[in-house]
Write a protein that binds this ligand. Sequence first.
Ligand code: 1PR
Length: 557
Amino acid sequence: SASKGEVSLLDYGAGNVRSVRNAMQKLGYTVKDIKSPEDILAAKKLVFPGVGAYGSAMDILRERKLIEPLREYVLDGTKPFMGVCLGLQLLFDGSEESGGVEGLGLIPGTVTKFTGDDLIVPHIGWNVNEVKRESYLIYLQKDDPSSASVSERVYFVHSYRALPNENNKDWVLSTCDYGSEPFISAVQKGNVMATQFHPEKSGFTGLKIFDQFLSGGKSEMETSSALPSSASSDAVRKGLAKRVIACLDVRSNDAGDLVVTKGDSYDVREKSEGESGDVRNLGKPVELAKKYFDMGADEVSFLNITGYRDTPLKDAPMIDVLKLSSETVFVPLTVGGGIRDFTDSNGKHYSSLEVASAYFASGADKVSIGSDAVEVAEKFYANNEQGDGTSSIETISNRYGSQAVVISIDPRRKYETDPKNTKNKCIETKRKLGPNGEKYCWFQCTIKGGREGRDIGAYELAIAMEKLGAGEILLNCIDEDGQGNGFDHELVKMVADAVKIPVIASSGAGHPRHFSEVFGAVPACSAALAAGIFHRDEVTVKECKEDMAKSGLPTRL
Ligand code: 1PR
């Protein structure tokens, strides 16, 4: 079909901008890259997705002499401008991020870090906007002028935010409630618009916001399910939703094809006559990712489960899986497996930062680090609870932001007759006693997909990772993996109560009610992930969410 016209994209190379590009292309626009200061002033429509840290973004814009043309374009105001995330924050006077930095100075106010008692930061996930004034943007419109209306949920991921005040109130289009006070979630004045949330990660709702803005309010996309049904209770419709994540464990099978597989307690081979058989094949990664997006999954994760031994950059299939998936999946994508330093067979060294960068450039929003995190945590404790600045966690989070760094923990229950027998945090278990009736247990971290146990617990690892700059914990459990008996609430509670970053419960989902149960038992748990039940078509994402809504949990339906 004919192009709807040209959109210029300002990609300064600091993170996943591929998804924004893919969204424009999917909407029928031709994307032109900004290469020089002149390109900005020549643009007909300009999209500015900000990624990474505030200070380094300003540094790059300054080096490339883009600050003045950007200011001029926005101040002129005759052509459409759309900023996303940091692309909104940079419009303000400045930010306290990166030790206090000046911004573009186009909107009054300073961007500050979230505050609030026991608040989980980063603010990651699907939240609602409260719309402050009329807008032609149907997903951000005030349908009931007498009271503020709540829009459909959209995807946020950030630790800093701008607050509404007297001086910027004519800019504020919507706010979102999180932390001690509502923050600015969208601004608009004439042709200039910016969102703190990510339209390119907000499913069809987000695509429609882009489309409406870029076409001046004339989106041709289906708009029937515009606003959330007010039939569900406020508890379900409002606030940060508990996320449901679909996970794809990916590896090559014996024929060399990349397949989605699934283990029982991490054993992914079919059982045949006492011998281990073929690698279980549950489908193709790109197709399944699209299927889960269409089913309403809030995020999709790929774990390259042989990443500990394969060299990930040579392992081009994972890069291709991401590139292809990000063309059809408009929710966040995480990739894990093999995020660490390595030297290839030709003796060339790659840093974990380079490995992660290749994944971000291919469409990943977050990378997940497993084995390497355990070794980094051991060094952290040996070094007086300090990092040395060189680890994968520190380098990737410094460059791309903490929200881009997920720690995948693969713990296994270790039973003790006496908690004093281990230096690691031990609980008295009610879930399941040990093989000899032991009452106490801790959760031992493993590396290399559970093949090697280390003398550090999931609790200790999570605390170390938060201190080093990780933004989220993906908490697996080898004992429960593939068992279908529900999540290990004792483990999830122990870790979720220990850190202020979001924790994703994983391993053991066998029924829709298991999601409601873990969120009910552990209010600090932000998300829950499942693999087997979705791959085997036993349970749909929708069934999980309906059960959550019935239990009064904030849910993106
Ligand atoms: O150590 O940084 O290279 O990362 C390797 C990654 O691969 C880690 O995130 C590790 O969790 C994962 N991994 C390694 N071996 C396996 C395996 O299964 N043999 N899979 C593996 C981990 C666990 C979950 C699973 C849930 C839910 N899979 O992701 O999806 O347990 O399953 P369920 O709902 O069916 O119970 P590195």
